[in-house]
Design a protein around this ligand. Structure first.
Ligand code: NAD
Length: 411
């Protein structure tokens, strides 16, 4: 699974390297991660036993700015998956033009098996293992799957014990600790802007479009809410408990309230329950994968009904599926652009922390919209002039800028 994630990231990178005419030595230089850290995290469990977990931080590239990327707690996390995700971050920050490089972290753990206290101890142990390589001007973690504002608060606090007050060491913090207004909605809002930009280029709008969202955590639930607010009809959602479809339109707020009360969609009665994996092939106009990677494959791509795919998740589409989508004329808005709203508002949060001066939410959303629009204009121009899919165009822009920065800095 995770070796696949790395193979897929490398495949997309190589496509762009070829398109850009990069020499082999330069391609190898750009692709190779800068630093890979692996730490043992021992904690005392609530029952008195010892829990041992392995955590990773991979710093892929910092030619354009400090390493930047999320921290994932999941039982499938390993060094290859984290390396793949770190590489995606390098191209993503470059695509939207924020002054960061790319990094990613993770701990191999099933958070459902840990209490809140155990999670806090695990997070602090992880910081003990990596504090020397992170910091506001070196590497700045943020939330990803199964981590959230509380996790970032613990990291901020543990890091402060070593280095003093430095809110810019993590983003996605609670507002009370220097978080930014608009950060929790940012990735879903960025997906909305990305989709609206594509629809605009195609001479279409979101009104009445039938949308399915896979994953109903931070990204998926915000995307569902914001797409619905803009006149789309949410006809299917899914989370770890399964899939839920309602052709008449889902009441997104009731689904969100259920998850807030119960943790997952399990037992929610606002739609018909179906097998979770089948959600991606249900009838709709727009599909938003917003959970795990590798969910759109050569096995199911032919059955995907959507004409637009907005990659809220990182790495949801395998190269074989991507090829099928291109042949079918499906527009895939690639992860390194579609879900870049999160890192963009993380940049705003970090800038506010560095200046100790805080913005109104309206300014955050307006600036996010501007950045997503500018990035799309560039991607669309590359895609149309070179006659390449949007994903390749995004990689051409992302890799191209990192290449320029690397050349300017020298070996
Ligand atoms: P989250 O932990 O808030 O939510 C994850 C969701 O996925 C949950 O609803 C969970 O039930 C669901 N899920 C887990 N396994 C599933 C399965 N097998 N089938 C269907 N659903 C399943 O995580 P998140 O922050 O929303 O991240 C989701 C995706 O978006 C990840 O790929 C992440 O890398 C990407 N992403 C997140 C951000 C961010 O700002 N949080 C930014 C960019 C990209």
């Amino acid at each position: 699974m995770s070796k696949d994630a790395l193979d897929n990231a490398n495949f997309y990178f190589e496509t762009a390297a070829k398109e850009l005419g990069l020499t082999r030595d330069v391609a190898v230089q750009l692709r190779t991660p800068h630093r890979q850290v692996k730490v043992e995290c021992n904690i005392e469990k609530d029952d008195g036993s010892i829990g041992t977990y392995v955590g990773f931080r991979v710093q892929h590239d910092n030619s354009r700015g400090p390493f930047k990327g999320g921290l994932r707690y999941h039982f499938e996390v390993d060094d290859q998956e984290v390396t793949a995700l770190a590489q995606l971050m390098t191209w993503k920050t470059s695509v939207v033009g924020v002054p960061y490089g790319g990094g990613k972290g993770g701990i191999c753990v099933d958070t459902r098996q840990l209490s809140e206290g155990e999670l806090q101890r695990l997070t602090r142990k992880f910081v003990d293992g990596i504090y020397e390589v992170i910091g506001p001007t070196t590497d700045i973690p943020a939330p990803d799957m199964y981590t959230n504002a509380q996790t970032m608060a613990w990291i901020f606090d543990q890091y402060a014990k070593y280095r003093g007050y430095a809110p810019g060491v993590v983003t996605g913090k609670p507002i009370e600790l220097g978080g930014s207004l608009g950060r929790s909605a940012a990735t879903g809002r960025g997906c909305l802007f990305a989709c609206q930009n594509l629809l605009g280029a195609l001479g279409d709008t979101l009104a009445g479009k039938r949308v399915i969202v896979q994953g109903f955590g931070n990204v998926g639930s915000w995307a569902a809410r914001l797409f619905a607010e803009q006149g789309a009809k949410i006809v299917g959602i899914a989370d770890i408990s399964g899939g839920y479809v309602n052709a008449g339109g889902i009441d997104v707020e009731s689904a969100i309230a259920h998850v807030q009360a119960h943790g997952t969609l399990e037992g929610w009665t606002g739609a018909d329950a179906i097998d979770g994996a089948a959600i991606v092939t249900q009838d709709c106009d727009i599909l938003i994968p917003a959970a795990l990677g590798g969910v759109l494959t050569k096995e199911n791509a032919g059955d995907v009904a959507a004409k637009i795919i907005v990659e809220g998740a990182n790495g949801p589409t395998t190269p074989q599926a991507d090829e099928i989508f291109t042949k079918k004329g499906v527009h895939v808005i690639p992860d390194i652009y579609a879900n870049a709203g999160g890192v963009t508002v993380s940049y705003f949060e970090w800038a506010q922390n560095m200046q100790h001066f805080y913005w109104e939410e309206e300014k955050v959303n307006t600036e996010l919209e501007r950045i997503m629009k500018n990035a799309f204009t560039k991607l669309w121009a590359e895609a149309t002039t070179r006659n390449i899919p949007l994903r390749t165009a995004a990689y051409v822009v992302g890799v191209g800028r990192v290449h320029q920065a690397t050349q300017l800095r020298g070996v």
